[in-house]
Write a protein that binds this ligand. Structure first.
Ligand SMILES: Nc1nc2c(ncn2[C@@H]2O[C@H](COP(=O)(O)OP(=O)(O)OP(=O)(O)O)[C@@H](O)[C@H]2O)c(=O)[nH]1
Ligand SMILES: [Mg+2]
Length: 187
């Protein structure tokens, strides 16, 4: 390839890069819900060596021609007060629930309803992953949706998706919803 062609190619590449849509996603949920496992699974990384998140992780994942910048923030009780600091300019919230942790359904529901009321998340679409469906004791997504009163959410798009971050099952279905939703919103 000649120098002129190379130059042209790099200009085209730069233009392509600059038009690529960037999307800011925050990934929240109680500790042990499986947020980091989900993030690693999205990035096709090993999911077997994960430890509790003390601060946050961020990864950029390419999907449907978009660049998804995903912020995974630790869910331990002592870290939750910091969630609010990450919500500005969020395009989408992913909320992860351990579907087998029935003892904490109420707690996770309260945290979600507080987030939904945040000014910075006004009208922001939310995808709820009913995670750990591979466990025999997991509640079905429909039951979790009912417990969370999702049908009362009228000010935003929402979706609940059953998944296993560990096996990857259901994760892509959730990502498809995200990408279709964002594409539709920007039209
Ligand atoms: N069986 C099963 N275990 C899972 C699944 N997803 C995550 N886990 C396990 O749940 C535990 C917690 O996962 P993490 O990804 O660290 O959870 P987290 O939400 O990031 O937790 P914090 O960083 O403390 O907020 C780990 O032992 C994971 O292996 C799943 O789909 N199925
Ligand atoms: Mg984590």
């Amino acid at each position: 390839m000649g120098e002129a062609q190379k130059g042209l190619l790099s200009v085209i590449e730069k233009l392509k890069g600059s038009t690529e849509q960037e999307v800011r996603i925050v990934l929240l949920g109680l500790d042990n819900a499986g947020k980091t496992t989900l993030l690693k699974s999205l990035a096709s990384e090993d999911v077997n060596t994960i430890t509790p998140t003390q601060g946050f992780n961020i990864k950029s994942v390419a999907s449907h021609g978009m660049k998804l910048n995903v912020w995974d923030i630790g869910g331990q009780r002592k870290i939750r007060p910091f969630w609010k600091k990450y919500l500005e300019n969020t395009d989408l919230l992913i909320y992860v629930i351990d579907s087998a942790d029935k003892k904490r359904f109420e707690e996770t529901g309260l945290e979600l309803s507080e987030l939904i009321d945040e000014e910075n998340l006004k009208g922001v679409p939310v995808l709820i992953f009913a995670n750990k469906q591979d466990l025999a004791t997991a509640s079905p997504a429909s039951e979790i949706a009912e417990g969370l009163n999702l049908h009362t959410y009228r000010d935003r798009e929402w979706q609940i998706q059953a998944c296993s971050a560990m096996s990857g099952e259901g994760v892509q279905d959730g990502m498809n919803w995200i990408c279709n939703n964002i594409v539709n919103r920007k039209k």
